[in-house]
Design a protein. Structure first.
Length: 571
């Protein structure tokens, strides 16, 4: 399906036209068409083939021609032309949250701001607050937006990097002169964004191995090639650092290149305290400089008097101290999830029927699935009216009779309104097996109001879970400013689960918040927010994030079996 691609390109065109100051109705036409296409039930490729594009509301002859070009070539000349007409830095500014095309144009016209540096300076100097439609609060938001963009720019989201890294790794493992090989760096620690991919291999013939590495078919260019380190850039612009060591050093090198740097610094000083020296070649006796261990990571941690620390925990957030006391949590493992509780079906904006989702979930080994479609106010996402809920419940009953040894729960992802009330009244809410509540509209709120909005939703007895609590979209939308301490306390008090949403650009809650919440004894649900079957595989990113937040199986509701979960959810 190219629906999203077409919609994204039309949105971009609308933004650029706005930036150029085009007349209003023309821009609106692109945006309206994008909105329609984004939620269209039918595949845009099929519509194009059958020459029915002009049947889509708001699509006339000219727009139909453009959509056809996008569907056939995955891009459009018109957009490339627009991009060339506008300075690149202005285009980048569009990605700063708080700044749309109209505001970027206004800044350019009134203050002559052409670059992000100029924008930052103007914000700090308070030059924006007096412009029409701007204010002091917006100045602050823009500064934060610049920060967010700089943090994520040049870094890839975990799922993109993992796919690249695992493909490259399996190519490397095929070479018979490679003894052992592994991902390292932030990718092995499963950080939410990745600067570059690190891969480590052991071999007795490093030069042959390096010759083989650079033959990988997805390489755009080789940055440097030596006998211990080679760096390449892949076609999608991600850099890969490849290192080759002797097999007796593989464990030490893996420990070193997995990082984090902060974790390693602490490990090295611990080694010195214990009379050793630790580097990427091994653990050595400080006095005699003789090799002690280094073939495996496990023996290094053991020699230093530590329990083995999983890569996801290696961030110097107290793990070394806890490992020294033998009190590390036994992290949830990647196959502990027994069912996904946040899946959208074609009853709202998902792609698949409830039956096909259920059969697929059963096939991948789940015991149950929760179909949580949108609530009535979310019209663009085809939120369910009360009447359709009743039909949906009947449909689920039918499917439950049809599929044995598997259970479908009828949930909802109910919108939380700005005042903290829910999009369905209690008489409707009680019809669901469980209720996940989340914010989808009205993001502009101060910290107190936003915190109260979520706390009030948690106070509703029918609410089981808060979906994507901070509502961030990495690189696109900053997290809500929330008093997280209060949210965690309220979650504990009301027995509300907090979601760890596995969608790659959400990962919400993030690792740090998860760890803080766990310290307050809050419980979690890890789910995907899947809108198609492929999305169900995102669960591994949620689990990775949970592991980075030190979670154990018992902290997570959907590690429980069907019998246990029924007792908790279905009242
Ligand atoms: P990234 O690539 O920014 O997502 O983060 P990392 O952690 O993958 O960092 P990277 O690629 O610069 O280096 C990979 C690992 O190598 C890093 O996690 C720890 C180790 N490392 C790199 N430079 C240093 C260093 O100066 N000191 C120490 N102790 N370790 C280093
Ligand atoms: Ca790296
Ligand atoms: Ca690196």
């Amino acid at each position: 399906m190219k629906n999203q691609l077409v919609a994204d390109i039309l949105y971009q065109i609308a933004d650029l036209l706005d930036l150029k100051g085009e007349i209003f109705f023309k821009t609106r036409a692109y945006r309206m068409a994008a909105q329609t296409i984004e939620v269209l039930d039918e595949d845009i490729e099929v519509i194009t083939k059958e020459n029915r594009l002009q049947d889509i509301p708001g699509v006339g002859e000219a727009l139909a021609k453009k959509i056809k070009e996008i569907v056939e070539t995955d891009k459009i000349e018109y957009l490339e032309k627009l991009k060339k007409e506008i300075p690149e830095e202005l285009l980048k500014m569009l990605n700063i949250s708080g700044l749309g095309p109209k505001r970027v144009a206004a800044l350019y016209k009134n203050l002559g701001i052409k670059t992000i540096d100029e924008l930052r300076k103007a914000c700090i100097e308070g030059k924006l607050r007096n412009l029409d439609g701007f204010g002091e609060l917006l100045e602050l938001n823009i500064l934060r937006g610049i920060q967010v963009m700089e943090q994520t720019s040049g870094r890839a989201l975990l799922h993109v990097a993992i796919e690249d890294g695992e493909n490259y790794l399996s190519f490397i493992k095929k070479f018979d002169k490679v003894k052992r090989a592994s991902l390292a760096g932030s990718l092995r620690r499963r950080k939410e964004t990745i600067g570059d991919i690190d891969i480590l291999a052991s071999s007795e013939s490093p030069d042959d191995v390096m010759d083989y590495f650079v033959k990988y078919n997805d390489i755009n260019r080789v940055l440097l090639k030596g006998s211990t380190k080679t760096s390449v850039v892949l076609n999608d612009n991600l850099q890969v650092d490849l290192r080759v060591v002797k097999d007796e050093s593989f464990g030490a090198a893996l420990q070193y290149f997995t990082g984090s740097k902060e974790h390693n610094v602490k490990m090295r000083s611990l080694a010195i305290k214990k009379g050793y020296k630790l580097n990427e070649y091994g653990l050595f006796d400080k006095q005699s400089e003789s090799y002690v261990v280094g073939k495996n990571e496990e023996e290094i941690y053991k020699k230093l008097g530590l329990e083995y620390i999983e890569p996801e925990m290696r961030e110097n957030r107290g793990e070394i101290e806890v490992a020294a006391n033998g009190k590390l949590p036994k992290l949830i493992s990647y196959n502990d999830i027994k069912g996904d509780l946040h899946v959208h079906s074609n009853w709202s904006d998902g792609l698949e029927s409830i039956e096909s989702i259920s059969r697929f979930c059963k096939k991948i080994g789940y015991e149950y699935v929760g179909i949580s479609d949108h609530s009535q106010s979310l019209k663009v996402a085809r939120g369910l009216s009360e009447e359709r809920i009743i039909k949906k419940i009947a449909e689920i009953e039918k499917i439950n009779k049809k599929i044995s040894n598997f259970k479908v729960f009828c949930g909802t992802e109910c919108d939380i309104k700005p005042d903290g009330s829910l999009d369905y009244n209690n008489n409707i809410l009680k019809k669901f097996d469980f209720v996940c509540a989340g914010i989808h509209l009205g993001f502009k709120m101060n910290k107190t109001d936003a915190t109260n909005r979520i706390m009030k939703a948690m106070e509703n007895n029918y609410v089981n879970c808060i979906a994507h609590p901070t509502c961030r979209l990495m690189g696109r939308r900053e997290p809500f400013e929330l008093d997280m301490e209060k949210i965690f306390e309220k979650a504990k008090e009301t027995n509300t689960f907090l979601e760890i949403n596995s969608f790659p650009d959400r990962l919400d809650l993030n690792d740090l918040y998860i760890k803080q919440a766990k310290e307050k004894d809050v419980k979690f649900i890890i789910d995907t927010d899947a809108h198609n079957l492929h999305h169900l595989s995102f669960i591994k990113y949620g689990i990775a994030t949970a592991r980075r937040g030190w979670l154990e199986k018992k902290d997570i509701l959907n590690t429980k079996s069907i019998n246990e979960i029924e007792k908790i959810l279905v009242k």
